[in-house]
Design a protein around this ligand. Structure first.
Ligand code: SPV
Ligand code: MG
Length: 255
């Protein structure tokens, strides 16, 4: 069993390393164990997949204590670091630091926080994506960094491209996240091609490691990410998708 400190340290080294790291989604203990045995170096505790498994929408409908319980079970069963999808904090601003600390205490290696208002909606749902003001988001990041230990990894997820705010807004948001002490930038896009991500990576020039989620643009070969200097790729909901397909096949409901 990894101690909370060493799992954060291992994860920190992974995202800072020059190679491309792949994290895959896990939503419970079993999917975490399977991913570890497939030799993934780390896991993404995906909000969307955890909520689906519990029968909720990806819209902040699950109480944060449930997330902490699930992450704790995953961490107990494996020896690889877990990055927890914390949406816009899993709670209101006042409680968000407390939630981050609880996740650190239960052995998560880090959390990802996105610049949205609570309650959030999934980036692939609908067309309206109201974001948090940059000062609120960076204040939130700063507060979480001040409450958690020095190795605990805080990934800032920039959603400006999801909200179609353009490159200037994206760079301004990423700058504010870096100044607030974020350890990496997750730049999200729902496009089917990787161009927005690649433009950002070029402009950003690895000021902090860049994390991506190629759910829409999965056809881009991974060599493109390597060449762009991307740090980490998250396969964000793939175990859940595989599970749904497998169960549908078994139960004969594939048409
Ligand atoms: C998740 O897996 O919950 C994510 C990634 O946040 S996405 O669904 O692509 O927004
Ligand atoms: Mg999510």
């Amino acid at each position: 069993l990894l101690s909370a400190n060493s799992s954060s340290m291992i994860f920190r080294n992974l995202i800072l390393s020059s190679g491309l790291t792949f994290l895959t989604e896990a939503h419970d203990c079993l999917s975490a164990v399977i991913a570890e045995s497939a030799e993934f170096k780390g896991l993404w505790a995906s909000g969307r997949s955890i909520y689906s498994a519990l029968g909720y929408r990806d819209a902040s409908e699950v109480h944060w204590t449930q997330i902490v319980n699930i992450v704790e079970r995953m961490v107990d069963a494996i020896n690889i670091p877990v990055l927890v999808d914390c949406d816009s904090g899993l709670s209101n601003f006042e409680d968000a630091c407390f939630v981050a600390r609880k996740l650190e205490e239960c052995g998560a290696a880090g959390i990802c926080l996105e610049g949205r208002r609570f309650p959030k909606m999934n980036s692939f749902d609908g067309d309206s994506h109201p974001l948090a003001a940059i000062e609120d988001f960076s204040g939130h990041l700063k507060a979480v960094k001040n409450t958690t230990g020095p190795d605990f990894v805080v990934v800032a997820r920039v959603e400006t491209q999801i909200a179609r705010h353009g490159l200037d807004a994206t760079m301004a948001c990423a700058d504010a996240c870096a100044e607030a002490g974020a350890d990496a930038i997750l730049i999200h896009s729902r496009k089917v091609v990787a161009d927005d991500i690649l433009v950002f990576a070029r402009e950003w020039n690895n000021r902090l490691p860049v994390v991506i989620v190629p759910t829409g643009y999965y056809r881009a070969p991974v060599s493109v990410y390597r060449d762009a200097g991307i740090s980490t790729v998250i396969w964000a909901d793939h175990s859940m998708r595989a599970m749904v397909v497998g169960m549908r096949e078994f139960s004969g409901c594939v048409q």
